[in-house]
Each structure stands twice: as C-alpha cells, then as structure tokens.
Ligand binder design. Structure first.
Ligand code: ZN
Length: 103
C-alpha cells in the first residue's frame, strides 16, 4: 500500500458506482425491463465508475512541480518515483536558473 489516499478514493468511487448500478438494476427490474437491457445499463454505469476511479487514482498519484518564474511555463509531472528523485525533480522545476534560458 504505497498510496493509501489514491487507493481509498478509487475504492470509494468503485463502491459508489457499484451501488448506483445495483439500485439502477432494481429500478429497471421493477419496471419490467428485460434482463439484457438491465445488464447493458449496469455495465455502462460500472464501466464509467472504473474509468473515473482510474483517472482520479492516477491524478492523486501524480505530483506536479511548476516553475514560479513569471512567463516560464516549465512544469514537471512525476509518478511512481522515489522521494529522493521527487526532491531532485522539484529542485529542477522550481529553480528557474536550473532550466531557464541563459539570456
Ligand atoms: Zn522556469
């Protein structure tokens, strides 16, 4: 468990989409909707939940460092690296003299 926060967010989103899918299935069944249509609707809801969970989890695992210098658009996006490497990347991104032009 390297990333508890992103894991929790992903599990939460999956649980919510599962719950929405289940309640949707019950409602559709009550209205006499065929099983094939119910399966399609539930799959769509769950697939959207899985995609969202992956997106959010990836976002929470990613660290972005942006250069504070005015007019400089340098930014470094890092994921799945060591704290030492993160520190090195932070220094590189936030110190404009380390990546700015020599002018
Ligand atoms: Zn810069």
């Amino acid at each position: 468990m390297n990333h508890p926060k992103s894991m929790v967010a992903e599990i939460l989103i999956l649980a919510v989409s599962g719950g929405v899918g289940a309640s949707l299935a019950l409602q559709l069944a009550e209205h006499g909707v065929g099983i094939a249509a119910i399966v399609c609707a539930v799959c769509a809801v769950v697939a959207a939940g899985v995609a969202l969970a992956a997106q959010v989890g990836q976002g929470l695992r990613t660290t972005v460092y942006t250069c504070p210098a005015k007019g400089c658009r340098v930014s470094i996006r890092a994921a799945g690296t060591s704290p030492e490497e993160l520190q090195r990347l932070r220094d590189l991104a936030t110190d404009h003299s380390k990546h700015g032009s020599a002018r």
